[in-house]
Design a binder for this molecule. Structure first.
Ligand SMILES: [Zn+2]
Ligand SMILES: [Zn+2]
Length: 385
């Protein structure tokens, strides 16, 4: 049946009014507001580190050095704000003033010279630091890649529902410490399955082999977790929130019901916990997984060559998000295509990409509606039984 399916190219409506062009003041006003918000958030994180930063992350970066980055962010916000005002377009003036306003508040609160000292760790804190760093890294790497190698050149950065996905991006990053604590706590329930001899032999392997082993074990767990979300009727409405995206890009992958985000982390923590691999291999895996999760949703047509038959790539995961018949319930893997191949759920038709994205039954478009959609959908399902 798959062979007879007629693949069509995706049609994207052009929207010249929303395109970014130099000299209009639109790019500079957005930059001013974005940098203003990030600066203010960063200053607050420097003021209240025990409430707004996460212990795990603080170990990785140098808070003092990052103040230099903050300094440039604050000055650039003012500069882009001023540039917008000079360009004098009424439409964007308020954005520029808002950006400048945020930055001035950030200066008033102490700016980039707040003393950095030891932090008293707290059980639960918001990952404001993680949010800022992830945002900067994602825009610097993935937004640039999408501009250089776009799959759909006409798809805008401010495509439909980008605000919804920005909310999910912020929410899921802020909740990171809660997720980490929950996942670690849950993994410790599996201490009965720990085997010192298994852990010792894993640790005696070269780091690269340990890394591959972690990828495969995590992929196996994530494959079945993901498949359960698709094939168990009561679970599908939770995961359907992630599938309600109709325009994929670097930001789109952030959309996910909080139950799914929590359960995914908790499930993947079990193999990581039981393997007991070296910390270098673990950190390499966490970085790889985080980057790949963004990459596979990107609006990106990078030539991956033979790698596309080994790793999960944007084309592979875009098919997972397609509402076209041959693609439904396929491509569950997160890291490699191995388990989809093995368990008969692999779908990668040559160089074709999907024409249609989303779910066959359309979900509510509001965040509120999506949050309660699993309850609603299950209530309806049980009533119609
Ligand atoms: Zn899925
Ligand atoms: Zn996805």
């Amino acid at each position: 049946m798959t062979d007879q399916y007629e693949y069509k190219p995706r049609q994207i409506e052009k929207n010249p009014a929303k395109e970014f062009r130099f000299g209009e003041g639109r790019i500079s006003c957005y930059l001013s507001v974005t940098l203003g918000i990030l600066s203010l958030l960063a200053v607050l994180a420097y003021l209240y580190p025990s409430y707004l930063t996460t212990t795990e992350l603080r170990k990785v970066y140098d808070a003092k050095q990052l103040q230099d980055v903050l300094k440039y962010g604050m000055y650039f916000s003012l500069m882009f704000g001023a540039l917008t005002l000079v360009l004098n377009r009424a439409k964007y003036k308020y954005y520029a003033l808002t950006g400048i306003g945020f930055t001035l508040i950030a200066f008033a609160l102490g700016g980039y010279s707040i003393p950095v000292g030891p932090v008293e760790p707290r059980e639960l804190s918001l990952g404001v630091d993680w949010l800022i760093l992830a945002f900067l890294a994602s825009t610097a790497v993935f937004m640039v890649l999408e501009k250089v190698f776009p799959k759909y050149r006409d798809q805008l950065i401010t495509r439909p529902e980008w605000g919804t996905d920005m909310f999910y991006f912020c929410f899921n990053h802020l909740a990171i410490s809660a997720i980490l604590i929950f996942a670690n706590y849950h993994a410790s329930h599996f201490s009965w399955a720990l085997s010192p001899s298994v852990q010792a032999s894993v640790q005696s392997l070269p780091i690269l082999v340990q890394f591959v082993l972690i990828v495969l074990c995590a992929d196996f767990v994530l494959y079945w977790e993901h498949r359960a979300y698709h094939e168990i009727k009561a679970l599908w409405p939770i995961h359907a929130v992630h599938h309600s995206i109709e325009n994929l890009d670097w930001l789109a992958g952030s959309r996910g019901h909080f139950i799914q985000v929590f359960s995914e982390r908790a499930m993947v923590m079990i193999p990581l916990y039981l393997l007991g691999a070296d910390e270098v291999a673990l950190n390499a895996y966490v970085t790889f997984a985080a980057l790949q999760a963004i990459l596979i949703h990107c609006n990106l047509d990078l030539p991956f060559g033979p790698l596309k038959y080994i790793l999960v790539t944007p084309q592979f995961h875009h098919w997972h998000h397609s509402s076209e018949k041959p693609a439904i319930d396929t491509n569950y893997s997160a890291h490699t295509v191995l388990f989809d191949r093995m368990f008969g759920t692999y779908h990668l038709p040559g160089n074709h990409w999907p024409a249609e994205y989303g779910t066959t039954v359309r979900l509510p478009r509001s965040i509120y509606g999506q949050t309660f959609y699993p309850i609603e959908a299950n209530r309806k399902r049980l009533k119609n039984k």
